[in-house]
Design a binder for this molecule. Structure first.
Ligand SMILES: [Zn+2]
Length: 146
């Protein structure tokens, strides 16, 4: 590829980054302290702590990979909790489960079971091998007695 063509492609990349609001940063990983370069769709003012968090999420060291895996599990569980318990009558149940996400993912708690005012039941569990399960059970019971 000619040098001119490569420069054009770089320009296109820069324009796309700008459109996506991406800015370039360099910050140290929380675990290995190595400086990591990354692009981030950041708001105007960014604290050092936020930059360190992003650097850690972009680092390849073993500890950072463990941390990234943990954050992915926490975020995925929280998205599922928000989706499953979106009924306004289950708001408090949802908030309690959301606040317990890290405790479950870190296996400090293995099971939480809550019943909301509308009777819906929320079960949030992690198996000893690390399998996470979020279950919503409706309280609807239909019965006929003659
Ligand atoms: Zn690292």
């Amino acid at each position: 590829m000619k040098k001119e063509q490569m420069e054009e492609i770089n320009d296109v990349d820069e324009i796309n980054d700008e459109l996506a609001g991406l800015r370039e940063f360099v910050a140290p990983c929380r675990f290995c302290q190595q400086f990591v370069a990354f692009k981030w769709n950041a708001k105007k003012e960014v604290s050092d702590e936020e930059k360190t968090e992003q650097a850690t999420l972009n680092c390849n060291c073993e500890s950072a990979k463990w941390y990234q895996d943990r954050m992915t599990k926490i975020n995925t569980a929280q998205m599922n909790i928000e989706e499953l318990f979106s009924d306004p009558d289950e708001h408090e149940l949802q908030q309690l489960l959301l606040s317990a996400t890290a405790m479950i993912v870190d296996k400090n708690i293995f099971k939480i079971s809550i019943i909301a005012r509308n009777g819906a039941k929320g079960d949030f569990t992690i198996s000893p091998s690390g399998k996470i399960k979020i279950k919503r059970t409706e309280a609807t019971v239909t019965e006929a007695s003659l």
